[in-house]
Design a protein around this ligand. Sequence first.
Ligand code: NCD
Ligand code: ZN
Ligand code: ZN
Length: 349
Amino acid sequence: MTDEMIIRQPDDWHLHLRDGDMLAAVLPDTARHFARAIIMPNLVPPVVTALDIAAYRDRIMAALPRGSGFTPLMTAYLTEDSDADDLAAGFADGLITAVKLYPAGATTNSASGVRSIARVMPVLEVMASIGMPLCIHGEVTSPEVDIFDREKVFIETVLDPLRRDLPELKVIMEHITTADAAAYVSAASGNLAASITTHHLMINRNHILAGGIRPHFYCLPVAKREEHRLALRKAATSGDSRYFLGTDSAPHPDHAKLQACGCAGIYTAPNTMSCLAHVFDEDNALDQLEAFTSVNGANFYGLPLNKGQLKLTRIQTPCRYLEAITAGQETVTVFDPGVDLHWHVEPLE
Ligand code: NCD
Ligand code: ZN
Ligand code: ZN
């Protein structure tokens, strides 16, 4: 039995930091363990231009704990009016790492997103030609499509046609939640990878809906049946280089989650690495943890691997994480994995 492991410092390839008091409150929880993270641009208003992105990056750097080596990797929110030259220049400067596509209306703050792929095709063509990656929230939004089918239908009706039209485009299917998505990614010949969240490896839809409704487990894409969770576990723990961690840690104030129409998002940053060690341990795949958290994503994005290290130690007494954090006047509930966590995580100096 492994009781101690040292892994390369991880990266989070899908993270929401928000802004203002919330940014200040949540950033230390990610910076404690992670070297870099892809920062989602769905602020209100969205982070669209290179100018917006530079200003947001400055606010993140200003909010970092003293001495932190954390690097935010910035993304641009793709709108039907996005300027390809502006994005390409930001990419060339190293300011912008990727572009994010939200189908309009699919998720939190996606109203300014894309209604028709045809209208952003000129931008996507430029991105393909310069190797700039596209991160996609992969769900259709049509009211006729059942919410549990929206990812599968997106693959068939949007993603696959797009990849056939533009095979050179580097695409990350974000936060996949279905066996269908894993099968699609595993069968793809190149330029396609997927991020997987911590919570989708630990919960299925019963956790949200059986025996009472649990708003803190509600996120988008919504967790699916158990068979899908098991397919995600298999993909994440396989060592396959096309799968990597994107926590989608998405803090919302508790009052916004706990209301008649509560918003989507789970705050997992504080205990995510401990949860992942638990998951990989349970599947006898601790030897694949580093590939998933610290290697595959960087390789897909074409970025250097981190030099720092993280030490994971199995301890007898369960690790203690706060149930909630405070952000300004608000509280934000931390993901409850429903099991005791015995993997203690600390950076190695
Ligand atoms: C995210 C958020 O709150 O910004 N919510 C979520 O449920 N995942 C948006 C997103 O990643 O879709
Ligand atoms: Zn999303
Ligand atoms: Zn997200």
